[in-house]
Ligand binder design. Structure first.
Ligand SMILES: [Ca+2]
Length: 179
């Protein structure tokens, strides 16, 4: 019994030769079909949650295939999982996308091997987008709050000063009234 591993899919002819102790040989062949298998689709999300105008980075370099090396695999992306691929097939596994609206999105990725077999996977992510408008409102609110604090502090101290001045002038009057 013998065993052999084929590194690439295709049609192979296996030839067996047999020889007896007298040196007389005979052979036979058999054709085997080594089939391609689909790749395994996986990807990672980086820096996708949170801040103002965040660029969601995706990395599909963990995708693999039994017959192909990772560099010959190609990937494509659907950023909203709406069934429309948003980019052409590319051998670059790391890319990024910027969302304009806050929401929970399903990102779908498809990977294909050199034999044309494909597999896909998806991941759900909540994207928090802070728009220019809301950032401007936030800055404006901060300025208004700071100005209000300054004005209120000034009013407080001017009232306190006036009260102290009145107390002082009352004391002076009392002193002057005394015989
Ligand atoms: Ca394959």
């Amino acid at each position: 019994m013998a065993q052999h591993t084929y590194s690439a899919p295709g049609e192979y002819t296996i030839r067996l030769e047999i020889r007896d102790s007298g040196g007389i040989a005979n052979s036979t062949t058999r054709i085997v079909l080594v089939e391609n298998t689909p790749p395994i689709a996986t990807f990672l999300l980086k820096n996708c949650e949170g801040d103002f105008k965040v660029e969601c980075v995706v990395d599909a370099s963990s995708s693999s295939d039994l017959e192909d090396v990772a560099t010959s695999l190609e990937v494509r992306w659907d950023w909203e999982n709406d069934g429309i691929w948003d980019a052409d097939w590319s051998s670059l596994k790391v890319t990024s996308h910027q969302y304009a609206v806050t929401g929970t999105y399903t990102i779908r990725m498809e990977v294909r091997d050199s034999g044309g077999l494909a597999a896909s996977t998806s991941k759900s992510v909540h994207i928090q987008v802070r728009s220019d408008y809301s950032l401007a409102l936030f800055v404006l609110a901060a300025i208004v709050a700071t100005v209000a604090i300054v004005i209120l502090t000034a009013i407080y101290f001017s009232k306190k000063k006036r009260a102290m001045d009145e107390t002082r002038s009352d004391a002076q009057r009392d002193h002057a009234d005394r015989p």
